[in-house]
Unconditional design. Structure first.
Length: 99
């Protein structure tokens, strides 16, 4: 089961999250989402736990608890939304026609 963790401190590490979540069961993966330009945390992460009952226990017990000075927002991750931005021209958005 995938878990969304929001409101992370920029100082929170993957190891901090692994430690907090492993108290409730096996943690398969931890991924803090980073800004590609600044290489700084965007303030949220995804945790994968193989056992649904463990993941649900982690969500229930860790939601709104404090980690690195911030109250965590913990819930089941939703599927990623389509972010195509609407219709675009095949020319990359620029008008390349000649007069």
């Amino acid at each position: 089961m995938n878990i969304y963790v929001g409101n992370l401190s920029f100082e929170t590490t993957e190891e901090d999250l692994r430690t907090a979540f492993s108290a409730h069961g096996e943690v398969a993966s931890v991924q803090i989402i980073m800004d590609r330009d600044t290489n700084r945390s965007k303030g949220f992460a995804f945790i994968e736990m193989p056992e649904k009952k463990d993941a649900l226990a982690a969500i229930q017990n860790l939601h709104e608890t404090e980690l690195s000075g911030r109250k965590l927002n913990v819930n089941e991750a939703r599927p990623r939304e389509n972010r195509d931005g609407g219709a675009r021209r095949s020319t990359g958005g620029y008008n390349r026609s000649r007069y």
